[in-house]
Design a binder for this molecule. Sequence first.
Ligand code: FE
Length: 226
Amino acid sequence: MIFKQVFDYKSSTYTYLIASSKGREALIIDPVLDNVESYIKLLNELDLKLVKVIDTHIHADHVTGAAKLKNLTKCSTIMGEYTPAEAVEIKVKDDELINLDNLEIRALYTPGHTSDSFSFLMNNHLFSGDTLLINGTGRTDFQNGNAKDSYNSIFNKLLKLPEETLLYPAHDYKGEKVSTIGKEKKQNPRLQVNSVDEYIDIMNNLNLKKPAEIESNIYKNINLGA
Ligand code: FE
């Protein structure tokens, strides 16, 4: 399997490129508009044909490269079924499978960070978007975010996956690249709570600054960055 993790320094976003092997079909998760040229270069180097691009949710902190990649490669655009982005061609449901050659990627509805957030599981690789981060969890204070939904998505869905499942989030601000479900269960400070109310209390008192350009990013992302 080909697996590349690409970092965007401006927004601290991780983008993932997956393919079964050289010369085959490829899928990109959470592309950043500014980096589309570098993804095309990578695809060409590996002789891959981009067939699918996924956004885990409508991002607030960067503009997606989905529409540009579609224009350049004719790939299909995929998001979860609750996306407000009408231009998305394939809207997947919870537990639906996405095929890529002989690989299968399972869509998991994990609302909380936003109401449209999905995670994606391929074998033991979990692409958690901003639902579960390394040593953190996605903020729940805009885009219909909801701390109780975040708790349920994390505790009743993602943490039920095998402990050795590799966690690949959409962001990291401290240079961490990968974790596991087992490690997060033990070490993630947000997950060391005794009740849903304790988690909600933490999430409702984070007092984070709004991301720069949030309104224009969301507006552009609803059009897939076109
Ligand atoms: Fe986000």
